[in-house]
Design a protein around this ligand. Structure first.
Ligand code: FES
Length: 306
């Protein structure tokens, strides 16, 4: 385990890793949601929307910012309302706090739905963190609802106490989100982004790749997937952008390949995303056959004159 700034953080890490229920139960939940989301075209379209394939990166973190921002500023206005000396000023601060906390709590719903979609395809080594993050967020949601109810019924002191406590739990949940994003790279682009070869390079004899056959060729440290379909050879990065899965072990259907790990679908002609959970295209290569050899190069940028 890497060195930690605070021993308390290290203890939280260890505790989460030792809670086998989080791993076991979390894995079952993950698989159940994943199966439901990829069960048909409608499910896949909804899942794509939730993952953020249309956005170019995951949608979930965008929504979490609105929730956290509204809750934090709601608490700021709570504090200001407690320090305001004039009644009119105090009421304005209270209204602002209640509006922001209501907005943040309402935004939990779409945020949680996108989070569950991403969780359904989370890397296995981060499952317990995702499960703990989800449980804490569920607790937060209920606590904010109770706070809003207390405020509405006139028990403002209890409402402020509940939302302040929830904000502390929210900080822990946000830390778990950071662990997943930065330690386990959940949601990051895992593809090997090739910059070479920038000129045509022979990779293998054309006749060695039969129709419908796939092959992985390593160029320096980069894995390139070659696939022949309709007499044409295509080349894209072999390491899945979603979480590093081996695309050569995936399912090929027409010009599409489905990753064996979490079922992202790519078009082998250009590496484009057909379906998530990935939000990133695969690197693709120009391919030609010359003198009996399959040759590739990175796509050439067309330079424009100034
Ligand atoms: S590694 Fe997750 S879909 Fe490929």
């Amino acid at each position: 385990m890497p060195a930690r700034v605070l021993p308390a953080i290290e203890r939280i890490d260890t505790t989460i890793e030792q809670m086998s229920i989080l791993k076991k139960g979390g894995t079952e939940v993950k698989h159940t949601i994943h199966k439901a989301l990829i069960s048909g075209p409608v499910g896949r379209t909804i899942a794509d929307l939730l993952h953020g394939t249309w956005l170019g990166h995951p949608l979930h973190p965008v929504l979490t910012d609105t929730v956290i921002g509204a809750w934090v500023f709601g608490t700021v206005f709570d504090v200001l309302s407690l320090t305001a000396s004039r009644r009119r000023e105090r009421e304005k601060m209270q209204d602002a706090a209640d509006t922001l906390l209501t907005l943040g709590t309402a935004m939990v719903v779409p945020t949680a739905i996108t989070g569950l979609a991403d969780y359904s395809a989370i890397k296995q080594e981060a499952v317990e963190y995702g499960a703990a993050h989800g449980i804490l967020n569920g607790t937060l949601f209920v606590t904010y609802l109770l706070s809003l109810r207390a405020r509405k019924s006139g028990n403002r002191g209890l409402g402020i106490l509940l939302s302040s406590m929830a904000l502390g739990v929210g900080a822990l949940s946000a830390w778990l989100g950071g662990e997943m994003a930065f330690r386990y790279k959940v949601g990051a682009d895992h593809a090997q982004r090739a910059s070479k070869p920038d000129d045509w390079m022979p990779l293998l004899p054309a006749l060695s790749l039969a129709e419908g056959e796939r092959r992985v060729v390593e160029l320096d440290d980069e894995k390139i997937l070659l696939y022949r379909k309709g007499g044409q050879v295509y080349a894209i990065g072999a390491v899945c952008a979603h979480a590093g899965g081996p695309l050569e072990e995936g399912t090929f259907d027409g010009h599409q390949v489905t990753c064996p790990w979490h079922d992202s679908v790519y078009d082998v002609r250009d590496g484009g995303v057909v379906h998530g959970p990935t939000c990133y295209n695969q690197p693709n290569f120009d391919v030609r056959t010359l003198n009996g050899q399959v040759e590739i190069r990175v796509p050439q940028k067309h330079e424009t004159e100034a």
